[in-house]
Design a protein around this ligand. Structure first.
Ligand code: C5P
Length: 397
């Protein structure tokens, strides 16, 4: 999203560059607009460096009509810190500098303000009236918080922390398309224990499953993410505010994944099983480290694991959507189609094995999404985030 960060003249302006950095890290494009007083607390160079764009602060700079172009460019305006002055100006319709002019011109799009001021100023009836008025127009207030203020006293007036403001921004940008829905995603490999220190595993990184979970949460869904052992965690999700919508259950073996997935599935609108589940496990797991037995070879007896996808296919109701993955080496499409029917799926995502950069471990993937209805969508080589977006759009439309 394209976000304009407006900065006004309070001591908390020193935190604005951190907010800009967090928003950029979350994938947003940012431009800054500052009042003259804001530049007493934070420099133009700092704001231009962190945002990577020229600062808008002078209404009369020659040939500039930024209050018009920035209002068209920006999809959201975040004022942090917002002083009593800027709140009062907007409430009264005053436009006497670059930021207040932009604020009045920025109609029909979300505006968030993070007020920051002395606690007595905040408590003043004029400020409280103005804040209520702005709220009634749809402007969202984040904070202020209670704590120690720059003037040495304690009270309500501290600007909310940049993380909290960035979270509020991300929550506002979260689509509501899948609001009220719950989806199950499986990710990563499974480890099948041989003895107390060894296992049978595979090279799955879990990146595709984590990207699917994030893409679902971004569309407004709650996600149950059941993952085998990976290096990934909630910290992997690009948008920090989405973390609260993705409930992670970590498992090790196929049987543990089976238990977690079959328990979660009845409460879900759909499931996407992207985990690379071991088809077999050792029939026995030794509780000590197995020793060399003196002979040249050794036999490991394997028994079949439950097929989670096929089990969910058997339990699926007409209202639920079930999506599986397939990695085939020959007759790819025909085999994927057969799997789709046999396991009672709505969609199967065929991973390409022919393209460098697709599949296990890497950050990119190339897939074909085959639908029960005969639909067929082939992607180019894309990042796993982009592939996840494409899969989610296809299976939830
Ligand atoms: O039959 P195959 O293993 O090729 O099917 C792959 C699909 O089935 C993937 O979606 C995988 O997550 C799922 N699967 C499963 N449980 C297994 C084996 C595979 O859920 N035991």
């Amino acid at each position: 999203m394209r976000i304009v960060v407006g900065i006004t003249g309070g001591i908390a302006a020193y935190k604005a560059p951190e907010l800009v950095r967090l928003l950029k890290k979350a994938g947003h494009e940012v431009r800054c607009a500052a009042t003259e007083h804001a530049l007493e607390f934070v420099t133009r160079v700092t704001l231009e460096t962190v945002s990577g764009a020229p600062l808008y602060s002078d209404l009369f700079a020659s040939g500039r009509t930024e209050h018009i172009s920035l209002k068209d460019w920006g999809e959201m305006l975040v004022v942090a810190p917002a002083t009593a002055n800027i709140i009062g100006k907007v409430a009264s319709g005053i436009a006497d500098d670059a930021l207040s002019t932009l604020l009045l011109a920025f109609s029909g799009k979300p505006v968030i303000m993070a007020p920051a001021m002395n606690c007595e100023m905040w408590a003043h009836p004029a400020v409280q009236r103005n804040v209520e008025l702005l709220k009634s127009w749809g402007i969202r207030m984040v904070g202020p918080e209670e704590g120690e203020l720059a003037c040495g006293v304690s009270g309500v007036g501290r600007m909310a922390e940049p993380e909290a403001i960035a979270s509020a921004v991300c929550a506002t940008t979260r689509s509501q398309r899948l609001a009220g829905q719950r989806w199950l995603v499986t990710a990563g490999p499974t480890y099948e224990r041989i003895d107390s220190v060894r296992f049978i595993g595979n090279y799955s990184s879990g990146k595709m499953g984590f990207a699917l979970a994030e893409a679902l949460a971004k569309e407004g869904a709650e996600v149950e993410l059941v993952t085998g052992p990976t290096y990934l965690s909630a910290e992997t999700f690009h948008e920090t505010s989405l973390r609260q919508h993705i409930h992670i259950t970590s498992v090790e073996s196929a049987r543990e994944m089976y238990t977690a997935a079959t328990e979660a599935f009845p409460q879900c609108n759909g499931a996407i099983l992207s985990a690379a589940v071991a088809d077999y496990r050792p029939s026995e797991c030794a509780d000590h480290k197995l020793k060399k037995n003196g002979s040249e070879g050794m036999h490991l007896e394997l028994v079949q694991n439950p097929d989670i996808l096929a089990t969910l296919g058997g339990k699926k109701t007409a209202a639920q959507t079930l999506v599986g993955f397939a990695l085939e080496t020959d007759n790819e499409e025909a085999n994927a189609q057969r799997k789709l029917e046999k396991k009672n799926l709505d969609y199967i995502v065929l991973n390409s094995l022919h393209d460098k950069g697709a599949g296990f471990g890497v950050d990119t993937n190339k897939v074909t999404i085959i639908g029960r209805d005969g639909s067929h969508k082939e992607s180019p080589l894309l990042s796993k985030q982009e592939v996840a977006g494409l899969i989610i759009n296809t299976v939830t439309s």
